[in-house]
Design a protein around this ligand. Sequence first.
Ligand SMILES: Cc1cc2nc3c(=O)[nH]c(=O)nc-3n(C[C@H](O)[C@H](O)[C@H](O)COP(=O)(O)O)c2cc1C
Length: 197
Amino acid sequence: MTTILALLGSPKPNGTNSLLIDEVLRGAAAAGDVEVQKILINELKVAPCQSCDYCMHTGRCRLRDDMESVYEKIVAMDAFIFAAPVYFNGMSAQAKAVVDRCQPFWSAKYIVKTDVFGGRKRPGIFIATGGQPLYNEQFIGSLHVINLYFKMIGVNNSGTLTLADLDARPLAGRPDDLAQAFALGRKLIAGDRHNVS
Ligand SMILES: Cc1cc2nc3c(=O)[nH]c(=O)nc-3n(C[C@H](O)[C@H](O)[C@H](O)COP(=O)(O)O)c2cc1C
């Protein structure tokens, strides 16, 4: 059984990112036995990081809100999906709040020097969508963030899906993109089997 944690960074529960997560999950379920935890960040209380440095000394966050259960799930999961719309050439505030609140994992690794993930490297997929037609650097901001983020939470990128032009061309009329999402889900599970620290 592979436990998949999927974090949705769009405020739209049934928007493009949510549909793409569901398609990745369908692909994963077709490839193996999975348990799914899909979390809509927008429905959680996640305060922005306060840069209080508490985690620098403890490897843990001082703030008490819904991130507490997200931390637990990030440690326990076997595979990861993170999806976020592009807002002003970066990821949505909902998504970035969760990323920034994962600073305790950075502190644990580099300052406190504890191995929170027990050497485990889990496969992960990143999904990003833009409303505008594809333009230069549309996804660069999000991709830079996610590269560092995956590293900090013990995730190996096993696939990235970036889709542009969603305002004019909604996902419903894009079977190839949906098929790509499904294929990534299959790969997520196959990759899980072959991934050792
Ligand atoms: C505040 C805001 C900023 C946005 N900025 C961009 C942008 O810089 N580039 C772009 O291509 N689309 C931009 N969009 C469009 C969203 O990326 C698009 O609606 C989203 O990817 C659709 O995904 P969703 O249905 O999962 O929310 C923006 C939308 C909002 C609400």
